[in-house]
Design a protein around this ligand. Sequence first.
Ligand SMILES: *Cc1c(COP(=O)(O)O)cnc(C)c1O
Length: 448
Amino acid sequence: MSDTLLQRSLAAVWHPCTQMKQHETLPLVPIVRGEGAWLIDAGGRRLLDGISSWWVNLFGHCNPRINAALREQLDTLEHVLLAGFTHPPVVELSERLAALTGGRLGHAFYASDGASATEIALKMSAHYWRNRGEPQKCRFLSLEGSYHGETVGALAVTDVALFRDAYAPLVKPGRTVPVPDPRRAQAGESAAALARRAAAALEAHLEAHHHETAALIVEPLVQGAAGMVMYDAEYLRLARALCDRFRVHLIADEIAVGCGRTGSFFAWEQVAGPAAQGEAACAWPDFICLSKGISGGYLPLSLVLSTDEIYRAFYDDSSARAFLHSHSYTGNPLACRAALATLDIFAADDVITTNRARAQKMGELAQAQLGAHPAVRHLRQTGMILAFDVDRAPADFARRFFAAGLEHGVLLRPIGNTVYFMPPYVLDEAELQHLVDAAAAALAAALG
Ligand SMILES: *Cc1c(COP(=O)(O)O)cnc(C)c1O
């Protein structure tokens, strides 16, 4: 059964992020069932989902609470267009997300995937300046190595050569400034000093280009697709102040780092302080993009939160001054309901608090098992993301590690020579131990 499924998949399905020819030697994995943190394949093999199925699954597969909410929604309202209509799930979700920002970003615009959220934020920013009489402010700035999605518009601010180079002729590229990657610190340079050095480069850029720059877009605290680059919050405080000074928007792409991944619901809370606090250490972003985990990994959903200041610049009698963007499934009730069930779990289980112990355990086990390994470099962690680089890795390391991981009962997909864990927030101690043991075994196999 499974052999024919694989053949049919290869014939009819064009898989993402894949050189299809590689499947001549690397078999597809036919998944037939999910159960908590585990994926079960057609042969009954159990794989611990160490990367939350591309960073989306927060509370395990086939989560009974999210399933129940979706079943009820399915029997109530599956979809209605959001232009001229509204419905309870989209209203409640927008209100609850606004509350999570302490009311600072109180307007939610919806789409279905992360790249579209990026493009919405870029378009909103540029259109804001146009409505304010400064149409020349339409260029974008991102950090080196940034990843904000792979549609043609999002590629303008994505600085990953593999994803961008083939399509470069289609893209109107933005500019990049240095990211304070601690691995590139000078000898004796502290994290804060490194942050100041990167901020000085940003300042110099804005000094020269602020008149044509609409926004700076960042992945707060952790650049995911770049290979889990973890950098100091101080850089973001400095960047926020510079954006204020030069009248440039700051877009926080929290598609990967939001929804509790870094240890707070929004990563930005570690930059500015908890959302509920009146007195923040610095201002919040002008836009926050969310996707991936927001629906618990169930349904495609993304959104852009923005401030009153942004919203008011579009509020007018003229249609041309309105924000002109729509997707067929904007604000889909099922997806919003999955997101509400996800937020319910955060609240009911006090997930941000319980994840602290889980993240600490993950760090301890990884340190004990992998910290002293001669090939492991820069073992690092931010909340529920743990990563390390592998020294002298063979050219096909990522593939070898992935294949070896499957044999040891874990789904892990290194980025180049960077191995990372980004598991659902449901792993118990035995599952964390399995994750680390399987990673150590896969490492030995991939290097051997
Ligand atoms: C995944 C991701 C995106 C793109 O989201 P898609 O749903 O894959 O289009 C954008 N930004 C960041 C930081 C991401 O991790």
